[in-house]
Design a protein around this ligand. Structure first.
Ligand SMILES: Cc1ncc(COP(=O)(O)O)c(C=O)c1O
Length: 395
């Protein structure tokens, strides 16, 4: 594929974003005077911990935060992340060798691919999956080999079914549970099998783990790093966007296999100067949030998911209850199959905006994702709107 003027082959290889189209549809609905109920993006509407906001405010007026933050300046957050991991999952990690701060899990993922695989290598990538993964794979010049997530298997991939040739070409396998968009969970046995698979094929296992705190039952979100042998070949990516409702701050951390962490640090050294120290201080403060308070987020999303699923069921859109996350994943009603056309028309004609399933990969076609980022009553209203609108559309 040729790049064209001022366009690299890598930019040209980026998949088209369905979400840019949804953004345009949203904008058109707004301009047409519709009240927009945006359930298309997982941007939390819940309050961040006050201590994190206070740390941020105080840091703004502390000149010690205003300069570049080199690696040593990230030590307090790396230490806090390892202490948090020990408290939550029981293992002691080394903040120097096994931890790195990130400008969000998304940035960490993209740079981790650049740091640990070479152009032409393959990556085993869940389908459906978080859309920016596919973009990161294209930027790094890698080949995406889809790992189908089937409803009948609880949206867990069948690793034994990966063709031998694809496993041999691959350098990385990507997993993410609690899962976006399917809201599925995996247990530690699954991760043990996944680590054994990664060992067999000499793969790095990247576990994108931003929903660590959003399993409705805490036991449903084990750490892949806790599986036997994982410390040698797993990198786990953490975010403050979902647990602490701080998506705009752009902060996260990576924990795991020391050689991969070292490679990521090298690549990031050419790209960024780490998050602002004030943001890092806010993150340290957030990690000290009492567990009961952190769990309130999961409880709110659980209550909202029950309300939304009940309302969808009532209007003839049968939907499974999620066990985790801030999403409900369901088939389009009345056998609709073109999720983009369906979601664009829904937005234009009603103002309710959902994420079309195909935006998460070919296996998402025929599905939609609704983010639980509005209060319960608004979600119920949106479900009734969807029910009434889709009945008229299917006539
Ligand atoms: C699987 C997954 N990874 C990463 C992210 C982004 O995390 P961050 O805000 O830390 O970049 C999201 C956000 O929705 C996500 O669902």
């Amino acid at each position: 594929m040729s790049g064209g003027p001022f366009r690299s082959r890598r930019a040209a290889a980026m998949p088209e974003s369905v979400f840019a189209r949804m953004d345009a549809a949203k904008d058109a609905a707004r301009r047409a005077g519709r009240e927009v109920v945006d359930l298309s993006i997982g941007s939390s509407d819940l309050p961040p911990p006050e201590a994190a906001l206070a740390a941020l405010r105080d840091a703004a007026f502390d000149p010690a935060t205003h300069g570049y933050a080199l690696h040593a300046a990230t030590r307090p957050l790396r230490e806090a992340a390892c202490a948090w991991y020990r408290e939550r999952f029981g293992a002691v990690l080394d903040p120097e060798e096994e931890a790195l701060t990130l400008i969000g899990a998304q940035e960490g993922f993209a740079n981790l691919l650049l740091a640990t695989a070479d152009p032409g290598d393959a990556v085993l990538l869940p389908d459906p999956g978080y859309p920016s993964w596919a973009g990161a794979v294209a930027v790094a010049g890698l080949e995406a080999v889809p790992l189908p997530l089937e409803e009948g298997r609880g949206f867990l991939p069948d690793l034994e079914a990966v063709p031998a040739a694809a496993a041999a070409r691959a350098k990385i396998v990507v997993l993410s549970y609690p899962n976006n968009p399917t809201a599925a969970c995996a247990d530690l046995d699954f991760f043990a099998r996944a680590v054994a698979f990664a060992e067999r094929h000499d793969l790095l296992l990247v576990h994108d783990f931003p929903y660590v705190d959003l399993a409705y039952d805490e036991a449903d979100a084990p750490s892949a790093l806790a599986a036997p042998g994982a410390r040698e070949r797993v990198v786990e990516l953490y975010s403050f966007s979902k647990s602490y409702h701080l998506a705009g701050l752009r902060i996260g951390f990576a924990l795991g296999a020391a050689p991969a962490i070292a490679s990521l640090r090298t690549v990031k050294g050419a790209i960024d100067f780490n998050a602002w120290r004030g943001v890092q201080r806010a993150a340290v403060a957030a990690l000290a949030t009492p567990r009961a308070q952190v769990r309130e987020g999961a409880a709110t999303y659980r209550t909202r998911s029950r309300a939304l699923v009940e309302a969808l069921d009532e209007v003839g859109v049968p939907t499974d209850l999620p066990r985790a996350s801030m999403y409900v994943w369901t088939r389009l009603p009345h056998g609709a199959t073109d999720s983009v056309a369906w979601a664009v028309a829904l937005a234009a004609e009603t103002g309710v905006v959902v994420a079309p399933g195909v935006g998460f990969g070919a296996r998402g076609e025929g599905w939609m994702r609704l983010a639980l980022v509005r209060p319960e009553e608004e979600l119920r209203r949106a479900a009734r709107t969807i029910g009434a609108w889709s009945r008229t559309r299917s006539r």
